[in-house]
Design a protein around this ligand. Structure first.
Ligand code: ADP
Ligand code: ZN
Length: 582
């Protein structure tokens, strides 16, 4: 933006120099061409040829004839010279003459100077830290965002959870009439390139409101106070247009957890964060302003940001599964000359690719096709592009379509799902996927727990069995030598449950109804027994789970195969498989 302004600054500068040059040339020419003897001048007077005499104190004076020509002659410096001239009907001017050919470049010079001054003043204001306008920090107000929900493939849950926001933006009065309090802020979290910005734009597009976007890192500057003032300006600008979607990318740059150590020099960040929170509580629901923020580090955010009335709705944006990838391929090939591209096959090959990466794959293929002057983008171009894109991302292990990884994850998740279905059917499994979530491991199995105020011993035990199901399936299929770290979180949660049961909930034998924590500072408790009891419980459950999975071997196989193929399965798919394969 600033560079652009600087470029324009060049225009008045050039014209100033040019007009100055013309001015000088004209003047030089004049000095040379016209000088007459005083006697000739007197002749001109008597011949009534003289129109104006420019009378100054210099040794020579300028004379203008009636035909427009100019010359100089000696200044007589007599006292009645002016009187004589006037009596002869000659105009007397007491300044230097100005010809038309001179005045044009001179005016040009003055105007250029003025423009230059104004522009550089403006420029200085843009770059000076104290008076930043939002323009200078690339808040782009797209008056009408061209995106809508159909521009986004997959992420149906996320789309579903912003639908009411769109409705609210269209018609905020309706919601206030019912006294409904809409969230002021939403956080979209997930891997980079999964379409968080896209979703925010789509919300603005669907609602038909302007979209303002900035990145958290734009706010963090060397100068203290700049970030806060940018926040205020951003909100001012957005509010001046009524309804709006304000999008703040990389919110973690300003909203990172404060780590206690006050000497981190994070004054600037605190001020910026406070300004944001103040602005957010400053407008009311009726205004129809929604702030959407994106991050890939949800766990890093300051809890102050997440409180009610601030960013109180959190929406996960996941990597696309095979169906979504198909749609993304179709979307990005839509307006390109593509021939016989096997989208099905490409969606298979691009497991763990983000939407952005698929886009760059297609783009790379288009560039290759163009380089070859090929009429169409074909599979061979995608093939080449694929190795380019992969090579560029080689370091990130997960990007490789490792069939083995996919297989392990599939069996692991199938294990969770089957145990859940068999021992804990009251928790309905809504989704099983081998596409990783930003929260955790390789894949996940999502079940909706029942809403009970108390969790009883039986429930906790079954919950542990479900957690152990992933590792158990791995062990059954791949052998105990080949189990993976994929069960890290499961084991952690399971240990947490069993230790709570034994040491806090009074559900174990060793401590009975005692809570371990209450004795921690008076006794040197022998924790060995507690550990032993926990271990026995978990081992016993693990064996049960393994037996269960072995007896459900058919289902385990069919479920895993389906997962490898389709990547995401829902409740109905699971039930269907369970019925067929038994
Ligand atoms: P993020 O904000 O999560 O980093 P972006 O929204 O900037 O990701 O996505 C970058 C680009 O990738 C988008 O402009 C779009 O072209 C493509 N893309 C990402 N996810 C999707 C998706 N689900 N559907 C269609 N295109 C997508
Ligand atoms: Zn697991």
């Amino acid at each position: 933006m600033n560079k652009l302004k600087n470029k324009y600054l060049f225009i008045p500068l050039a014209s100033a120099i040019l007009s100055l040059a013309v001015f000088i040339i004209i003047n030089l020419n004049q000095v040379e061409k016209s000088s007459k003897l005083y006697i000739d001048f007197l002749n001109d007077i008597s011949n009534k040829k003289v129109s104006t005499v420019y009378l100054t104190n210099s040794p020579t004076i300028n004379i203008k004839l009636k035909d427009g020509s100019l010359y100089t002659t000696d200044n007589p410096r007599t006292n009645d010279f002016k009187d004589t001239l006037l009596k002869n009907g000659i105009k007397v001017s007491e300044s230097q003459p100005f010809t038309k050919s001179e005045s044009i470049p001179f005016a040009g010079f003055i105007i250029s100077l003025a423009v230059l001054a104004v522009m550089s003043l403006k420029n200085a204001r843009l770059t000076s830290p104290s008076k930043l306008s939002v323009d200078s920090i690339e808040a782009s107000a797209v008056v009408k965002s061209n995106f809508n929900f159909s521009s986004i493939a997959g992420n149906d849950e996320a789309k579903e959870s912003v639908k009411d926001i769109v409705d609210f933006l269209k018609n905020p009065e309706k919601y206030t009439k019912y006294g409904a309090r809409m969230p002021k802020g939403l956080i979209l979290y997930g891997e980079p390139g999964t379409g968080k910005t896209l979703l925010a734009k789509a919300v603005a597009g669907e609602a038909g409101v302007p979209f303002y976007a900035m990145s958290g890192s734009d706010f963090i500057q060397v100068y203290v106070g700049v970030g806060a003032s940018r926040i205020r300006q951003l909100f001012k600008k957005a509010r001046s247009n009524g309804k709006a979607v304000i999008f703040i990318d990389e919110i973690d740059a300003i909203g990172k957890k404060r780590d206690g150590s006050k000497n981190g020099g994070s004054d600037e960040r605190d001020q910026t964060l406070n300004a944001l929170l103040t602005e957010m509580s400053g407008f009311n629901e009726k205004e129809g302003i929604i702030i959407m923020a994106a991050t890939n580090r949800m766990d890093m955010l300051d809890p102050a940001l997440l409180r009610p009335g601030r960013f109180d709705r959190h929406i996960e944006i996941t990597l696309p599964d095979i169906n979504a990838r198909k749609k993304i391929f179709s979307l990005h090939l839509e307006n390109k000359p593509a021939l016989d591209i096997d989208i099905e096959d490409w969606s298979q090959k691009t497991a763990y690719f983000s939407g952005a990466k698929i886009e760059s794959l297609v783009n790379e293929a288009a560039i290759l096709a163009c380089k070859e002057d090929s009429e169409f983008i074909e599979n061979k171009h995608l093939d080449k592009a694929f190795s380019i894109v992969l090579a560029g991302h080689e370091k990130i292990n997960r990007d490789y379509i490792k069939d083995r990884d996919k297989k392990i994850t599939a069996y692991h998740e199938a294990g969770h799902a089957i145990v859940s279905l068999k021992v804990l059917s009251e928790d309905k499994i809504s989704k099983i996927t081998i596409i990783p979530s930003s929260k955790g491991a390789g894949g996940y199995t999502l079940s909706i727990p029942q809403d009970n105020m108390y969790q009883n011993k039986d429930y906790l035990t079954k919950k542990m069995m479900v957690l152990l199901g992933g590792r158990a399936a791995e062990e059954i299929i791949f052998g105990s030598e080949n189990v993976t770290t994929g069960a890290f979180n499961d084991i952690k949660t399971c240990s947490n449950i069993v230790s709570s049961m034994v040491t806090q909930y009074g559900m174990g034998e060793t401590l009975g109804l005692l809570n371990l924590q209450e004795f921690s500072n008076i006794l040197n408790i022998n924790t060995e027994d507690i550990l032993k009891e926990c271990k026995n419980i978990v081992n016993m459950l693990y064996n049960k789970v393994k037996n269960l999975l072995i007896s459900e071997n058919n289902l385990l196989e069919s479920l895993s195969k389906n997962l490898i193929e389709k990547e995401t399965l829902y409740y109905d798919d699971l039930i269907e498989l369970a019925h067929n394969k038994k």
